[in-house]
Design a protein around this ligand. Structure first.
Ligand code: CP3
Length: 356
C-alpha cells in the first residue's frame, strides 16, 4: 500500500490514527494526510450540544466531568476530526487566584470585582490547579479513556494577556480600553499581574498534561490589540516563559488573531505550532513565522456559512498554500460560528483527509 504525504510518499504504511496524524504535524514530521480540527468545535453549532444546554447551564457542563467529556466527544463522533479539544473555558483557572466570574450567554465573561491596583493583585490567592479545578483534570482523564487513539486530546488555557484583559476590564469589550490604560499607565501593576497569571497558566497547563492531554493550546484571543513594541515589552516575555516551561513536555500551540504584524516574534516565542487567522494567506504567514514552526489554520469561519462549492474552493486554496510541507494542521482562523452547518464541517474534514 502506498500513502502519499505532504512530504512525499510513505510506502507500505497503514493509515495513521487521528492522534498520530495530529502529533506528527505538530512535531513537523510527515503525516499520511493533513490533520484537521476546529476551534469551538464542541459548542453551539451542534444540535446535540444545544440539547445538552437545554438541560444544564454552561458552567454546569464545564465543571461536571461526565458532561464535559460528552461535549468534548460530540464533534469527534460527528465530524471525524483528528483532535478533541476539552470542553472548558479560558476563565476556569481564575479559581486558582480566587476571582469569581460569570459567563453571560451571548455576552461572555463578566467579573464583578475587576483588578485595578497593586493591592488587587496582591490579594489574589494561590491555589494549585489540581485543587482549584479538579473537574478539568477528571474530564481529561475520562475523555482520554473514551477517546483512545482516535484523536489527539488537546488541553488549553487563556494566555496571560487575554486573561489580564478580562480581569482588568471586567467584561468583554471591543478595544479593552481600561486594560490597555492600566498596561500603559501603571506598568508595575501590569507586570505584577502578568507574573501571577504566567505562574497560574504554567501550573494549569502542566496539570492538564499530567491528566492526559496530548498537546495544549494557549489562546491569546485579544493579542491583535497590540503594536509590536508593546507586545515585545509587555507580553512576549510572559508568553516565552509559558512555552519555556511547557514546550519540553508536549506540543504547544499559540493562538491569536489580527496579529500579522507580530508573527515574527510569535514564531520565535518557543511554541511548536502557530495558529494563524485568514487575514494573511497561509503561505505568506508561514514565511513570516519561519520554517522551524508548524502552522495551524486558516479558513475564514464565515466562509463555512457559504454554499459548499465556495467552501470547497476555500479549503483547496488553504491546502494548496501549504502543499509539499510537513507541519500543517488544518483549522479555521478562529472559532466556528454558531450558525455553521455541521454538514459543511464534516465535508471539510473529508475533503482535507482526501487530499494527500
Ligand atoms: O470546542 C471548543 O473550543 C469548546 C471549548 C472552549 C470554550 N471556550 C467553550 C465555550 C474553548 C476552547 C473556549 C475558549 C474561550 N473562551 C476563548 C478563546 C477562544 C476565542 O474564541 O478567542 C475566549 C475568549 C473565551 C471566553 C468566552 N467564553 C466567550 C467569549 C464566550 C462566548 C459567550 C457567548 O455566549 O457568545 C464564552 C462562553 C463559551 N465558552 C461557550 C462555549 C461553548 C458558549 C456558551 C454556551 O453554551 O452558551
Amino acid at each position: 500500500m502506498t500513502v502519499s504525504t505532504a512530504a512525499g510518499t510513505l510506502s507500505g504504511t497503514i493509515p495513521m490514527t487521528g492522534r498520530q496524524r495530529f502529533l506528527a504535524a505538530a512535531q513537523m514530521r510527515p503525516a499520511d494526510v493533513t490533520p484537521v480540527w476546529f476551534m469551538r468545535q464542541a459548542g453551539r453549532s451542534l444540535p446535540e450540544y444545544r440539547a445538552m444546554r437545554e438541560r444544564h447551564d454552561f458552567m454546569m457542563v464545564a465543571t461536571t466531568p461526565e458532561l464535559a467529556t460528552q461535549a468534548t466527544l460530540m464533534p469527534v463522533d460527528r465530524l471525524g476530526v483528528d483532535a478533541a479539544v476539552l470542553f472548558a473555558d479560558i476563565m476556569l483557572p481564575l479559581a486558582c487566584i480566587g476571582v469569581p466570574f460569570e459567563i453571560r450567554p451571548g455576552v461572555g465573561p463578566v467579573i464583578a470585582a475587576p483588578i485595578r491596583s497593586a493591592a488587587d493583585v496582591d490579594r489574589l490567592s494561590h491555589v494549585p490547579a489540581r485543587e482549584a479545578t479538579p473537574y478539568v483534570m477528571e474530564a481529561l482523564r475520562l475523555t482520554k479513556a473514551a477517546l483512545g487513539d482516535r484523536a489527539a486530546l488537546l488541553g488549553f488555557a487563556g494566555a496571560p494577556f487575554t486573561l489580564a484583559c478580562y480581569l482588568i476590564e471586567g467584561k468583554p469589550a471591543r478595544e479593552f480600553p481600561r486594560a490597555k490604560a492600566l498596561m500603559y499607565g501603571q506598568p508595575e501593576v501590569w507586570h505584577r499581574l502578568m507574573e501571577r497569571l504566567t505562574e497560574v497558566t504554567v501550573d494549569y497547563l502542566k496539570a492538564q498534561l499530567a491528566a492526559g492531554a496530548d498537546a495544549v493550546q494557549l489562546f491569546d484571543s485579544w493579542l491583535g490589540l497590540l503594536d509590536p513594541n508593546s507586545h515585545a515589552a509587555m507580553v512576549l516575555p510572559y508568553t516565552r516563559r509559558v512555552f519555556a516551561e511547557v514546550a519540553p513536555l508536549a506540543p504547544t500551540i499559540h493562538f491569536s488573531t489580527g496579529t500579522a504584524s507580530l508573527l515574527g516574534e510569535i514564531g520565535a516565542s518557543g511554541c511548536a505550532v502557530v495558529s494563524v487567522d485568514w487575514r494573511l494567506p497561509l503561505d505568506i504567514a508561514w514565511e513570516r513565522l519561519g520554517p522551524h514552526v508548524a502552522i495551524q489554520g486558516n479558513l475564514d469561519p464565515a466562509l463555512v456559512l457559504a454554499p459548499w462549492p465556495v467552501v470547497e474552493a476555500g479549503v483547496r486554496d488553504v491546502l494548496k498554500r501549504a502543499s509539499g510541507r510537513t507541519g500543517h494542521i488544518f483549522n479555521l482562523g478562529h472559532g466556528i460560528l454558531p450558525e455553521s452547518d455541521p454538514e459543511n464541517l464534516a465535508r471539510i474534514v473529508d475533503l482535507v483527509h482526501g487530499e494527500a
